[in-house]
Design a protein around this ligand. Structure first.
Ligand code: VG1
Ligand code: CO
Length: 583
């Protein structure tokens, strides 16, 4: 057996290693600086404490973006030096974020060990390549992102770090082939196990959904489908699940070969960045030839997000989670015995609230970021949850799950068509959504993103909005001066969350203006960008009157948009006359 020794490397703190909404994300060249990644990894080990690290089994993998391969070898060497016993790596370093969560919760190693955590190497929906972003985050033994208590400790450690441990003489491990490589260290054997990236996840999906009914749907001549992985790691799961298990045609898959730079694109599944899919579905400016498929979906770089489309029809993520929750018990075997509760992030529309009320389900509103759902799920309080940012998931794991959401939609479509699949007209995605609105009312919803705004200007805008909140009569005077046809603002605050399970408090989670008729304006600064600041503006209006639910969303929301932009002095502060992305 090859032996290695442990080196203590001197280091100094490096600024700016505070994990954001979902880990630390920076430009690749920042991560490549000497000691940068190492400082963060050692700070994580130190935050977890030696007892948790020594002898542990940890997962290291990610969405395969540029620099992942180097980072994996560095983390393997540092894990060995810190006394970790087993490192698990998905073949070629690939594991989607939901698959990592599944692997932590479900997988048993060749020697019978179970993993207690993972380094996930991804900057998710941010672009990749030598000039773009890299990212790293740590997930805990429940399979979910480290809670703020841990990420705060990690950050604190990065500010005082003076050394890290590394097994410099450990040879690079071949991660292209499955199998176990063993080394001998000062504390005994150290193993690196490379395993198939898809098999644990595929097994889990088969235990949740009725694959037979989905297979029938996919083989029906009345049904067609398109899945766009945007060159992210979702492609490594799309083929085994949709083609090999469910019999979809290979031509249904788009951009399903994972690439280090996502083909130069922005792996963010929305109407702006998933251009090819949007055109295929008949929703683009210049649509592609032929009849669009009945169902389309896309994923982000690490495949935890999903966008769901019908033929010439966009499903908002806020509606998507509400519709899944409303139909899950009938259509998805995992939920046959009922839902424990549902949850959404604060800026997500209240469509889910209405479903929860109708079905008499427990309901929770949490801050942005998946880490807040985990506690609820661990406590058995929540089965299905979602975010407006194309994130949907359930308590089968502790991350949002893009492919799960697609399978959930396919299950619902299969269920709605189970009698008339070969004969009558298909119940389409659009039918399902319109029927939902007719039952529950419609939440018109849009999000405006102002990306890479000057950080100082963004802060000033936010401070201004908080200051305005001190006098509601003043705000209402301004609002009425902008548009007399919107209702009054009933309250305004900064969202604060007290975790019902552990009592922890998260402050400053977004600025809210709540109107008397249930409309909302929410302003937040993004915590996932790597350059400047991104301002997110979320606008929502509820319509119960069934004669008014068929309007174009941008038209229905125009008065509120007008109010939001003028009230916040968006152009004055940022110099931007239009957002970068409208969803
Ligand atoms: C964004 C989304 C948030 C999501 C987060 C991570 O955060 O708004 O809902 O949980 O990305 O998603 P922010 O702070 O930029 O608004 V992923 O798929 O990028 O890990
Ligand atoms: Co993601």
């Amino acid at each position: 057996m090859v032996m290695f020794s442990v080196t203590r490397k001197q280091s100094v703190p490096i600024d700016g290693q505070k994990p954001g909404t979902s880990g630390l994300r920076k430009k690749v060249k920042v991560f490549m600086q000497p000691h940068y990644l190492q400082n963060f990894v050692q700070s994580t080990f130190n935050a977890l404490t030696t007892e948790k690290v020594r002898g542990a089994t940890l997962v290291v993998s990610g969405d395969g973006r540029y620099y992942s391969k180097d980072a994996i070898q560095i983390i393997i060497k540092m894990a060995a030096a810190n006394g970790v016993r087993h490192i698990w790596v998905g073949q070629n370093g690939l594991l989607s974020t939901p698959a990592v969560s599944a692997v932590i919760r479900e997988r048993v190693g060749v020697d019978g060990s179970k993993a207690s955590g993972a380094f996930i190497l991804t900057a998710s929906h941010n672009p990749g390549g030598p000039h773009e972003d890299f990212g790293i985050k740590y997930n805990m033994e429940n399979g979910g992102p480290a809670p703020e208590g841990i990420t705060d400790k990690i950050y604190k450690n990065t500010k005082t770090i003076n050394e890290y441990l590394i097994a410099e003489d450990l040879l690079d491990v071949d991660i292209t082939a499955t199998g176990v490589t063993s080394f001998g260290g000062p504390e005994g054997q150290f193993n690196v196990e490379v395993f198939n990236s898809a098999s644990d996840y595929v097994k889990l999906m088969k235990s949740i959904f009725d694959f037979e009914s989905i297979q029938k749907l996919l083989s029906s001549p009345n049904f067609s489908f398109c899945y766009d992985a945007l060159h992210g790691v979702g492609g490594a799961y799309a083929k085994p699940i949709f083609v090999e298990e469910l019999g979809a045609k290979e031509s249904f898959l788009l951009n399903c070969t994972p690439k280090e730079d996502f083909g130069g694109g922005h792996p963010d599944p929305n109407l702006t960045y998933a251009k090819e899919l949007v055109a295929r579905m008949g929703l683009g400016k210049s649509d592609s030839q032929g009849e669009p498929p009945e169902f389309g979906a896309a994923a982000d770089g690490d495949a935890d997000r999903n966008m769901v489309l019908g033929k010439r029809f966009f499903v908002t993520p806020s509606d998507s989670v509400a519709i899944i929750a409303a139909n899950a018990v009938e259509s998805i075997p995992y939920f046959y015995s009922g839902l424990k509760g549902v949850a959404r992030s604060m800026p997500t529309s209240a469509a889910l609230d209405v479903v929860a009320k109708h079905l008499n389900l427990k309901f929770f509103e949490v801050p942005t970021g998946w880490k807040f759902f985990g506690n609820l799920m661990d406590a058995g309080l929540c089965s299905i949850c979602g975010e407006e940012s194309f994130g949907t998931g359930s308590d089968h794991i502790r991350e949002k799950d893009g492919i799960w959401a697609v399978l959930a939609w396919l299950s619902i479509i299969a269920y709605k068509n189970k009698e008339n699949l070969s004969a009558g007209r298909l119940v389409t995605v659009e039918d399902i959504v319109r029927n939902h609105w007719a039952t529950y009312g419609r939440h018109y919803y849009t999000r405006y993103d102002y990306e890479n705004v000057d950080a100082g200007a963004a802060k000033e805008l936010m401070a201004y909005l908080v200051k305005l909140q001190s006098s509601l009569p003043e705000v209402n005077k301004i609002v009425k001066g902008i548009r007399s046809d919107v209702s009054n603002i009933a309250s305004a605050d900064e969202f604060e969350y007290k975790d019902p399970v552990d009592g922890s408090i998260s402050k400053h989670q977004g600025i809210r203006y709540l109107f008397e008729d249930g409309s909302r304006l929410v302003f937040r600064l993004s915590g996932t960008g790597s350059e400047g600041a991104t301002i997110r503006l979320y606008i929502e209006q509820y319509e119960k009157d069934s004669s008014k639910i068929g309007r174009e969303s941008q038209e229905a929301l125009a008065p509120l948009v007008d109010v939001a932009l003028k009230l916040s002095k968006m152009q004055e502060f940022t110099g931007r006359s239009a957002p970068t992305v409208i969803t």
